[in-house]
Design a protein around this ligand. Structure first.
Ligand SMILES: [Zn+2]
Length: 151
């Protein structure tokens, strides 16, 4: 609230204190509509501010759409690499793509994508295992069964 509105409120409070009977008998204090209009005017952002808000909102929506698109692409690639349902990853019994069975390995994984996306992580795990003294796995490719190497 700005200084004018506060001053008006003080005046109004003072007037109601000294003329309360008159104000009550005559109805609303004539300054009340003025104060109400002033407060409403302050509550309404001007056109420039509304345009600025719309622009910020438009930019936020564009940014969120771009993020969603990027995340959707990453999700689809990883699901394909792992042979999972890219819609629900097996978490939705109502899923039209997998009926809730689409966890990793439910579909045939894409070998090239698997090696590209998961291979580096498997090699990292293998190096960590070697540093701990465990025997290194024979391979990090999906062409052989690595499941017993990842514990
Ligand atoms: Zn699914």
């Amino acid at each position: 609230m700005d200084v004018n509105a506060e001053a008006l409120l003080r005046q109004l409070a003072h007037a109601q204190g000294s003329e309360s009977t008159e104000a009550t008998e005559a109805g609303e204090d004539p300054r009340v509509p003025l104060l109400r209009a002033l407060l409403e005017q302050q509550a309404q952002p001007d056109e420039a501010e509304r345009a600025d808000r719309r622009e910020r909102l438009r930019q936020s929506i564009a940014r969120l759409r771009a993020e969603h698109r990027a995340l959707s692409e990453t999700n689809a690639l990883l699901a394909e690499a792992l042979g999972a349902c890219d819609r629900c990853w097996g978490s939705d019994p109502e899923c039209e793509g997998c009926e809730g069975h689409g966890q990793a390995g439910h579909f045939e994984p894409d070998r090239a994508l698997f090696n590209e996306l998961v291979g580096p992580a498997l090699r990292r795990l293998a190096r960590a295992r070697t540093r701990r003294g465990a025997p290194p796995p024979t391979t990090t490719s999906c062409h052989q069964d690595d499941s017993n190497h990842l514990q």
